[in-house]
Design a protein around this ligand. Structure first.
Ligand code: ZN
Length: 399
């Protein structure tokens, strides 16, 4: 049920040079396209989309031999990826596309018919025909079926990978009629209405300490020195391990939920609004800013967006988005809404009936019940709760 099959890629020294060149082209085109969109003034008309930018790329290739020497497929795909990132940003599901940096974002993507040119070399090895580079070998640790595209990346630990995107087969519903509410928590990544709580493993305490030590060593290392490069690689390796574990958690959690529940309800929250700057929307700046920063980190690190995407792929038609307002302030036992019930990040104690629960689990139960809770004319409470919970994208409609 994997959606991404990732293998180690082993380019020859000559191929590595060519790959790095192609990655640089993709990055250059992406950054140029992004700059044009960001700098665009309204009076010039609509912001250039993919078609307009692809036209400009063709013109640039005609006058810049170094760009023309690279693969048009790779360069066009970078523009297509940018276009998608741009749309996702405006749809409110993703953050603003960022600049691609050398050494940090080394990658290229091949989509469609060009991506299926793969041959099996022997029991453990296959090769992929990369445009303008040739057959590049990769370690095929499991069978590869039904992919639509691939991405080649160089991580900060100096390892090349190829990741094939596979559309997963939907997981059949258990047909038990069971509904799960899923809340993204602050102290844990995900809380379920069943009372279960789960988080990706991340780095162990020992590994985190090691990362800290490496960062200190990096600060002391001379710029451009061999030692600095080595420390950077070690840091990259730890960070890659952390990212791998998080991805793994998303796959396992989404498969588990799709298998066990007929309907999975999630909050219809706006990730973009939630991760925006915490300044200016809170009562007690110092404390709340710290909390919000923690929340930001939690959301981004736990990969909530990715989890929902995978859920929708594995349980198509069985994922429901529920109105987010008040789920964390509503008592699941008596339905009383009061921000005072939320005593801390961790505990919910209802001021009306005394019901006590883990705050994230209480919220998950409200999500499972799918309450479309509306404020009943109490604008004072409304105004206050909006200030308290700046993560809500917009004011709930007053009935
Ligand atoms: Zn209550």
């Amino acid at each position: 049920m994997l959606t991404c099959m990732r293998f180690r890629l082993y380019p020859t020294a000559a191929q590595e040079v060519l790959l790095l060149e192609q990655c640089a082209h993709a990055r250059y085109v992406w950054n140029l396209g992004l700059e044009q969109r960001l700098m665009w003034a309204g009076w010039k008309g609509p912001t250039p989309g993919f078609n307009a930018q692809a036209g400009q790329l063709a013109e640039a290739r005609a006058v810049e031999p170094w760009l023309a020497a690279g693969s048009q497929t790779v360069q066009q795909q970078a523009l297509r990826d940018l276009d998608q990132a741009w749309r996702q940003f405006f749809a409110g599901t993703h953050r603003r596309p960022t600049w691609r940096k050398a050494g940090q974002h080394e990658g290229l993507r091949i989509v469609g018919p060009q991506s299926v040119r793969v041959r099996q070399d022997n029991r453990a090895r296959s090769s992929v025909l990369v445009p303008k580079i040739g057959w590049v070998s990769f370690k095929r640790s499991r069978a590869l079926v039904d992919w639509k595209s691939y991405r080649i990346t160089l991580d900060r630990a100096a390892r090349w990978h190829i990741a094939f995107a596979v559309i997963p087969d939907p997981i059949p519903a258990p047909e038990t009629g069971e509904v799960a509410g899923v809340d993204r928590g602050v102290t844990v990544a995900v809380a379920l209405s069943t009372g279960e709580m789960t988080s990706p493993a991340g780095l162990s305490l020992k590994e985190s300490e090691r990362l800290l030590r490496l960062h200190r060593r990096l600060a002391r290392a001379r710029r451009g020195s061999k030692r600095r490069k080595e420390v950077k690689t070690l840091i990259g390796r730890l960070k890659a391990k952390d990212a791998d574990r998080r991805k793994d958690w998303v796959e396992k959690t989404s498969t588990d939920l799709a298998r066990r529940f007929d309907v999975i309800r999630v909050e219809n929250l706006n990730v973009k609004a939630m991760t925006r700057s915490p300044r200016g929307t809170v009562e007690k700046p110092g404390r709340n800013v710290a909390q919000k920063t923690g929340l930001n980190r939690g959301i981004l690190k736990s990969g909530w967006g990715l989890l929902v995407t995978r859920l929708e792929q594995k349980a198509p038609g069985r994922v429901e988005k529920v109105k987010a307002a008040y789920t964390s302030q509503t008592c699941n036992a008596c339905k009383h809404i009061a921000s005072e019930s939320r005593q801390s990040q961790a505990t919910f104690v209802c001021v009306s009936c005394g019901h006590r629960a883990n705050a994230d689990v209480n919220a998950a139960r409200n999500i499972a019940a799918g309450h479309a809770v509306t404020a009943r004319g109490d604008l004072r409470v409304l105004a206050r709760s909006v200030k308290r919970e700046p993560q809500h994208a917009r004011l709930p409609k007053v009935a």
